[in-house]
Write a protein that binds this ligand. Structure first.
Ligand SMILES: [Mg+2]
Length: 147
């Protein structure tokens, strides 16, 4: 049995008749709001146990967040594994060829001169997404914000 979150969550959605899309698309405002609320609920449950624990509860709630996030991606027809790979590529580009890492005082890794921001728009377009035409829209992907 696969333990990939994408596979597990797809199995769940199919078993319970929940939305499953294979091409990225906007969904109804009602469904989008429902997914937002579920994710916010799980994120709040992580917050409750992040500092005081217990550790098993933290692990449970972190898994719930990932599960619901994958479900939200599936509802929107987004292959989230490919998006995560793009985020990872961008994060790794913070490391220069010399292996030097610039850090902020709190330990957060800073973007160096070799950093290339994630291009999530391109990932979704490869998955078949056709962005809706927007009034005054600039070049596709031009407004991408770095991690
Ligand atoms: Mg939970």
């Amino acid at each position: 049995m696969s333990t990939s979150p994408a596979d597990l969550v797809r199995e769940f959605h199919r078993a319970f008749g929940l939305d499953v899309r294979s091409t990225p698309a906007e969904v109804s405002p009602e469904l989008a709001a429902h997914r937002r609320d579920m994710l916010a609920e799980e994120a709040a449950e992580v917050e409750e146990v992040s500092v005081e624990g217990p550790l098993d509860k933290l692990a449970h709630e972190l898994a719930d967040v990932v599960y619901v996030a994958y479900g939200t991606a599936l509802v929107h027809g987004i292959d989230l594994d490919e998006v995560i790979a793009e985020i990872h590529r961008a994060n790794m580009s913070k490391l220069g060829p010399d292996g030097q890492v610039a850090r902020r005082a709190d330990g957060k890794v800073l973007k160096g001169e070799f950093y290339r921001a994630p291009d999530v728009s391109s990932v979704l377009r490869r998955q078949g997404w056709t962005p809706a035409a927007q009034e005054g829209a600039t070049e596709v992907g031009a407004t991408e914000v770095g991690a």
